[in-house]
Design a protein around this ligand. Sequence first.
Ligand SMILES: [Zn+2]
Length: 251
Amino acid sequence: MIRCLIPLTLSALVALAAPAARAQTPSPVPVPAAHLYPLGRALPSPDVKVDVSDAPEARAWAEQARVLVIQWFPLVCQFLATDRFTPPKTITLAFKKDLPVPAYTTGTGTDGATISISGKWITAHPDDFGMVIHEMTHVIQGYPGRGDKPGWLVEGIADYIRFYRYEPDVPRRNVDPRDPQKASYRDAYRTTASFLAYVTWRYNRGLLSRLDAALRAGTYSDGLWKTITGKDLDALWTEFIGTLPAAAHVP
Ligand SMILES: [Zn+2]
């Protein structure tokens, strides 16, 4: 067979091969999985209660926040890896006259979760429903043994859901503090959220789901970033910072 082919020109070889190629069944265009955002189960919202006994002036805002949680709980479940997640029986939005922080979440087990919200904060920032999305994400994260988890990543995921899924149209700073060279992916919150968005877009739309799944299973390590993207965490961060011109920051 080989001796027979030697005298043939390249064009003749192509001509010989063409009928065989045409005879094959056309295969669908391959779509790399890295470009697909995997969605988890859309779990219904638990019963949402409102407690404004300490801040009755927050009543109207609290009712709007209650509707927000009921509507967005299933969506945020889909953005994360919630296949084996059991939601709490209830979520209570507890408004306090004042807190040292805008809000915080406690009791993320199956019994009931409480999102405590500062009445003073929402009076000064009545548009800050994104804060509720951040705290509700913590309820859905509900990682067992959360004290052992990397807090920067837990907070980064909650801000990613807020900024890139709930408020994608709001101008925001990419890193905080404003000097990228002094920032770190371990800064948590918006800095980590922006980093998650970059790596998701550039490398793998399943990043968040896989990080979330590992945090739930207690198997997370920084090495997971290399498994998912082919690059280690520090190299990804250096690359991300290199994409940020100083002018990109929104005051
Ligand atoms: Zn948080």
